[in-house]
Design a protein around this ligand. Structure first.
Ligand SMILES: [Zn+2]
Length: 584
């Protein structure tokens, strides 16, 4: 019978759970637990332990998914009998397991998970309990996930009940279990409980993921509890979990709402380092802060200019980190930048933050390693040798993208116009590197006499590299551009899966400084060169802030920035200009 537990009772239940989970990890318990599981779980063969005496049978299974924001990944792990057994035995064992009550329950629960069918999952659970089916971690995780995903909160009580059953069955939880439990707590609007669960989890040696912290962090922020929100933030830092925009925006909102200027400043700087360009909803929080009375209060009338300059040098440019400068009401609004990075609203000029050459070198190395994993390694090595012999180049062209842009069929003449344009612009007047898949070099439009001549001339000049059949040419042009520190001509926004593998700390910065985008008119291509300033939150030496939004992140529309300044001389100059216009 489901018991409605009050949060405090539940906390008591989970703390006893906690002591149990500590017990779980003691060697004494492991052997007991191993025996118990062995006697009931057909997946584990005694032979496995005999062969691997040192293996820890109940080592926590860490979820392998690297993505932290993805919805719960509860991918079933297929039962894995002894790999040295004959295949027929393995097949027979797997089949027997699939047809066992546990196997059938797993299949049915997985179906419920796919459909998001909580009522059916609960029915299956009740039936399994009444017939004493052994529930494994996976069964429990699917059930808890479904309960914690019930947006109307209908799964909360049952979720807690199932969690307690899991505890009493001594089934060892993992990250997904704790994260679901924390979500259950958040459905009860109990961020303190959600946070407790995360603390228990890490005390038990299970690393929380970013998603594990959401229920506690957002819960505290929504409640305006900045102290506890800060505690969660510190816990994340101690666990090496880096927040993303939603977490930072929540921290910004709670601190701005409470007028905590120092924390707003600190979080804005974290945002600068991690997020760089903000979404519209974050932009509203930022604008709200600068328009607030508390923001008018923070800062100082006079400051040490030398220290600010020193801060700028230390930080690599674009910020100083010395706190709010100036005093009084901020003037805040949306703005756009001139081509040279001058703000149209306040006249402040944005700076260009250089990339450390060492970082580029490291990135090229890891890119090469990744490409060798994903591509045929021998092919990629051949390309690297070719590049060493024929490079470096001033520019690399993603020829498939350029030749197909706004075209139904691949256009060699369009590609040629871009090749020539880039050559004219380059100092060395050397042809850019043209990367094109071998299929396009041989077939289709490549067969016409003119195009064949063109291709041959590129090849003779050592400017064309045809990537081998079956390859993904993205790896080739990207590696070439990074390795040569050259410009990269493509309208590909580089947001798909391959580029997501590259992370967000270096690649976006590299792309901003190296990508040349194109538009075409009857007159030919127009080259949109990388901006001479950095598209990142910038704090000026005079204390103004410029925050880029993600709006206008394409070649057609200029990007929108938030401009926040207390530069009174600027306002004076504007008003005096207005006055002189009036008198004139
Ligand atoms: Zn401005």
């Amino acid at each position: 019978m489901p018991l409605a537990l009050s949060p405090s009772l539940f906390r008591a239940a989970t703390s006893s759970f906690f002591s149990k989970s500590l017990f779980l990890f003691s060697p004494h318990y492991n052997s007991y637990y191993a025996r118990r599981r062995l006697s009931t779980n057909p997946l584990l063969s005694l032979r496995h332990f005999a062969k691997h005496p040192s293996s820890k049978p109940f080592r926590r299974t860490m979820p392998s998914s690297p993505s932290s924001r993805s919805t719960q990944t509860l991918t079933p792990q297929s039962p894995n009998p002894d790999p040295s057994a004959p295949p027929s035995t393995i097949r027979a064992k797997r089949k027997a397991w699939r047809e066992s009550p546990e196997g059938l329950l797993r299949r049915d629960l997985d179906m419920c998970s796919k459909r998001g069918d909580l009522p059916e999952a609960l029915r299956l659970y009740d039936a399994a309990v009444s017939t004493s089916v052994n529930l494994s971690l996976h069964h429990y995780n699917v059930l808890l996930y479904l309960c914690s995903s019930s947006e109307d909160g209908s799964g909360v009580e049952r979720g807690f009940e199932i969690f307690r059953k899991m505890t009493s069955d001594a089934v060892e939880p993992n990250e997904a279990t704790f994260t679901s439990a924390a979500r259950l707590a958040s459905l009860k609007r109990d961020p303190a409980l959600a946070f407790d669960l995360i603390k228990q989890m890490s005390a038990a040696g299970i690393s929380p993921k970013l998603r594990s912290y959401g229920p506690a962090l957002f819960g505290f922020c929504d409640a305006g509890d900045f102290n506890n929100a800060h505690e969660v933030e510190s816990h994340m830092a101690a666990s090496g979990v880096v927040p993303e925009e939603p977490e930072l925006a929540a921290l910004l909102r709670v601190n701005a709402g409470k007028g905590r200027g120092d924390d707003v400043y600190r979080v804005l700087h974290r945002m600068r380092g991690i997020v760089r360009q903000v979404s519209d909803s974050t932009a509203e929080v930022v604008e709200g802060w600068f328009g607030s009375e508390a923001a008018a209060e923070v800062g100082m009338e006079e400051w040490d200019v030398g220290r600010v300059k020193e801060g700028v040098v230390k930080g690599g440019g674009g910020w100083h980190g010395q706190g709010w400068l100036g005093k009084g009401q901020w003037s805040v609004g949306r703005s756009e930048m001139e081509e040279d990075g001058t703000c149209r609203r306040c006249g402040e000029k944005l700076v260009c933050i250089d990339i450390d050459p060492l970082e580029t070198k490291d990135f090229a190395k890891s890119l090469s390693a990744l490409a060798c994993q994903r591509e045929v390694k021998a092919d990629f090595l051949v390309f690297q040798e070719w590049l060493d012999r024929n490079g470096p180049f001033d520019a690399v062209i993603d020829a498939a993208n350029v030749g197909l842009y706004n075209q139904r069929n691949f256009s060699f003449s369009q590609l040629n116009s871009v090749v020539n344009g880039m050559r004219q612009m380059s100092q060395s007047k050397k042809l850019p590197l043209i990367i094109l898949h071998s299929g396009r070099v041989k077939g289709g439009p490549a067969k016409t006499p003119d195009n064949r001549k063109l291709i041959e001339s590129w090849r003779k000049s050592g400017a064309l590299y045809a990537t081998p059949p079956g390859s993904n040419d993205d790896w080739y042009w990207l590696y070439a551009a990074v390795n040569c520190r050259s410009l990269l001509v493509t309208n590909d926004e580089m947001r798909d899966h391959l580029f997501q593998l590259l992370g967000t700390s270096f690649f976006p910065r590299w792309k901003e400084k190296h990508q040349v985008r194109l538009t075409f008119s009857k007159k030919g291509p127009t080259f949109h060169m990388p901006p001479p300033y950095s598209i990142v939150i910038q704090e000026s030496e005079g204390g103004s802030w410029h925050i880029p939004t993600i709006l206008g992140d394409d070649i057609e529309t200029p990007r929108k920035w938030i401009c926040a300044t207390r530069n009174t001389t600027l306002e004076l100059s504007q008003s005096s200009r207005r006055l002189s216009q009036m008198s004139w």
